[in-house]
Design a protein around this ligand. Structure first.
Ligand SMILES: Nc1ncnc2c1ncn2[C@@H]1O[C@H](COP(=O)(O)OP(=O)(O)OP(=O)(O)O)[C@@H](O)[C@H]1O
Length: 710
């Protein structure tokens, strides 16, 4: 991210963008050319030089983190800046949420301001329950979440479903039920606020948008509604920055040419930022081969070392190599946080994490985990959600019927008790329905509401089943969550209940990362997917698994292939000084081919430094044990994930790819000449082993030339 204490001067392109006052201006910026820098300087300029009140700006960022960065810069210049003044600095979803809760007549749309936020999985479950109750025929139920998202607009326009089923009969029922249960999905936040904004005359003086290339058509409508009055007159000035070469979210509904569509729709003036200040000349020359829009990226730095390419036998050996290499970089003075490892799929992080942990290397995993990944947190959040919104029958049912914790009621019994509102039938239900009153009372106390009070109020000691094997761990997780919640509520203005709602809505929008607060290790090597690397920069970047089938993933269309290339482009342009690309000779994953990706062939040879694969001898003796340990843990975590309820997805999530393939137990063998290898086949007489550097060899068992190890 941008250095907070800029010591450089803006270049003429950047200056022009900061000073521009056109009704609409879009900055088409090359990678690393100072988009974030310009955006922040623009806000500071408008506020401090042009005296535009912060309240008159809506600043839309792609992630919460980017909004935080802007707020920190503002606070450095003016420590008295309040949260209220910058309430409309955030992601599209968080700003829409704020407007619906605080500024817009939400009741007119059919919800009350106390509505809660639901995730798309929850919506799909609700839709299925309604379809079952009403006997509606719905096709492709496994893709219902996507269908709800994609076909809603067609339904609104009065079209018929292209799948010729009864989904369009379901839409109005679902809408009604969401209103009854007072819940909105992520898309509802944008849609409903857009509809209400269209009837509003208040427009902010400035609308400032970051990473505009990744907006979708709903967000484009939101921008239009925000800046236009009832008579259709544009009142707000628009300033947007983006890079069409960094569109990496089209799987979430972005259109590849959103930058140009928006420019056309707002008749915006286009400015450019051509000079990259981040990467060395080799990295930039390589990046230029992957440009899809615009001219060449100009560099500001000459020279720089070549890009290293390295092959590894498999992910285990690679992780072990990385641990050694990172340790040595650190010994030479490079901070861990200046080193990042990027991969295509989230699951690739598991081996790295375990190996780094064993090697004592601090690392922080950028992971948009969902609540469903930690069942006890999922359960607790649902208790709290139902407690502040007892109309949310769906969540109430999930709490009461949870198979691991709490009451474990049958769905039939829970539904009937909820329906009749039977007091005394289930103690937890009484606690939840009495919560708001109890919290208001307790909030008046001089000590206020504490984590311990909440823990005791819901009798979590009993609900988490003290005799279960997970009790200690679960209770600790629950306590940590409640402490974080109480801290959050204390830091905000407003009543405890209002703040609790805010906390729960944010946990829906931002997932576990938000719930776990600032728990993450600060000075650690950053491990993340390529998607999550967007907008960041590091001294040294390792991009692993550059094999066909991973980078790029197997694509079904030309558009997907183009997006994979953009993703690679985003990844390599995060590095300032050192970039290392690696691939496996034995990836050991279905669909991933051995050898390097065609992307490496697209980079001119003179920019690459092909390093030798490591010899077998270098491998550490405990690798076998580690392999088994990691494989067992991965199997366990997969099994746990399968039993989780309702794994939601976040609006700002990184691409976690498809489900984990079944993990095979890896068996290893040793040969006097060829060293260690993996057993790939066996019958009564023969054993076949694959050796690194020697390929596959068959041996007669009777001769005893190979021995199984580990
Ligand atoms: N005028 C300048 N002189 C020197 N360095 C600069 C200048 N402008 C920006 N930088 C530096 O260039 C790097 C990239 O800037 P920034 O992160 O703002 O780029 P960006 O366009 O947002 O990047 P990305 O395309 O990756 O999102 C940062 O390290 C920043 O401090």
């Amino acid at each position: 991210m941008t250095d907070f204490h800029n010591t450089y001067r803006l270049n003429t392109y950047q200056m022009e963008a900061v000073l521009d006052e056109s009704p609409a201006c879009m900055v088409n910026a090359n990678v690393g050319s100072g988009k974030t820098t310009v955006l922040i300087e623009k806000i500071l300029h408008l506020h401090f030089e042009k005296q535009v009140p912060l309240k008159d700006m809506v600043v839309l960022t792609f992630t919460n983190k980017a909004a935080d960065e802007i707020l920190q810069r503002l606070a450095q210049r003016e420590p008295s800046v309040t949260k209220e003044e910058t309430a409309c600095f955030g992601t599209f979803h968080s700003v829409a949420l704020y407007l619906l809760k605080n500024c817009l007549p939400t009741e007119e749309a059919g919800w009350t301001r106390e509505f809660s936020v639901m995730d798309p999985d929850e919506e799909a479950e609700l839709a299925l329950a309604i379809a079952a109750e009403r006997g509606l025929k719905i096709k492709y139920k496994n893709r219902l979440k996507k269908r709800l998202e994609q076909e809603y607009a067609s339904w609104l326009k009065g079209r018929n479903s292209r799948y010729k089923d009864e989904l369009f009969l379901l839409f109005p029922l679902l809408e009604e039920e969401k209103k009854r249960q007072n819940k909105m999905t992520f898309s509802d936040l944008i849609r409903v606020s857009t509809a209400l904004l269209n009837k509003e005359n208040r427009c902010p003086e400035w609308i400032i948008v970051d990473e505009v290339q990744d907006s979708d058509s709903l967000q484009m409508d939101f921008l239009e509604a925000l800046g236009t009055d009832i008579a259709g007159e544009r009142r707000s000035r628009l300033f947007a920055v983006g890079d069409p070469n960094q569109v990496i979210y089209s799987w979430r509904g972005t259109t590849e040419n959103m930058f140009f569509l928006l420019k056309h729709r707002f008749q915006a003036k286009e400015l450019s930022l051509p000079v990259n200040y981040r990467s060395n000349a080799s990295i930039l020359e390589a990046a230029n081969r992957f440009l899809q829009f615009g001219g060449k990226i100009e560099g500001s730095r000459g020279g720089g070392e070549k890009i290293t390419v390295r092959n590894h036998y498999d992910p285990f050996q690679e992780a072990e190599y990385l641990a050694d290499r990172i340790e040595s970089l650190h010994r030479d003075g490079l901070a861990y946080r200046e080193i990042a490892v990027f991969y295509r799929l989230q699951r690739q992080s598991e081996v790295l994490e375990k190996v780094f942990q064993k090697a004592g290397i601090p690392c922080s995993l950028s992971l948009k985990k969902t609540l469903g990944d930690v069942p006890v947190l999922d359960y607790l959040v649902k208790i709290l959600k139902f407690s502040v919104n007892p109309a949310d029958r769906q969540t109430g049912l999930q709490v009461l019927t949870n198979r691991k914790y709490g009451e474990k009621a049958t769905p039939k019994r829970a539904a009937s008790i909820l329906e009749k509102g039977e007091g005394g039938a289930l103690p937890l239900l009484d606690r939840m329905t009495g919560f708001q009153e109890a919290a208001v009372e307790k909030d008046k106390d001089k000590d206020g509401i504490s984590a311990q009070w909440l823990f005791d109020y819901f009798d979590l000691c009993t609900r988490l089943h003290p005799t279960s094997a997970d009790y200690e761990k679960d209770a600790k997780e629950a306590e940590k969550l409640l402490e974080h919640l109480c801290r959050f509520c204390r830091e905000q203005d407003g009543s405890f209940l209002e703040n609790l709602r805010r906390f729960l809505d944010s946990s829906m929008l931002y997932g576990l990362e938000f719930l776990k607060g600032s728990e993450q290790e600060d000075d650690g090597v950053r491990l993340m997917t390529l998607h999550a690397s967007k907008g960041l920069e590091f001294d040294t970047v390792f991009l692993i698994g550059v094999n066909p089938g991973l980078i790029p993933l197997r694509c079904q269309s030309y558009e997907q292939e183009e997006e994979e290339r953009r993703l690679f482009f985003v990844g390599i342009t995060r590095a300032r000084n050192h970039l290392e690309l690696s691939y496996y000779t034995n990836p050991g994953e279905p669909g991933v081919l051995e050898g390097y990706s065609s992307y490496l062939r697209m980079i001119p040879e003179h920019l690459l430094d092909w390093s030798e694969a490591r010899s077998q001898k270098e491998k550490k003796a405990d690798l076998q044990e580690l392999r088994r340990e990691v494989a067992a843990q991965m199997r366990k975590s997969r099994a746990e994930r399968k039993t989780d309820l309702n794994p939601g997805s976040r609006p700002m999530e990184s691409c976690v790819g498809d489900a984990h393939p079944a993990e095979e137990e890896v068996r290893r063998a040793r040969h006097r000449k060829y060293g260690e290898g993996t057993i790939v086949g066996e019958d009564e007489m023969m054993v076949e082993v694959e050796f690194e550097g020697y390929g596959r060899k068959k041996f007669l068992k009777a001769l005893g030339e190979v021995e199984e190890i580990g």
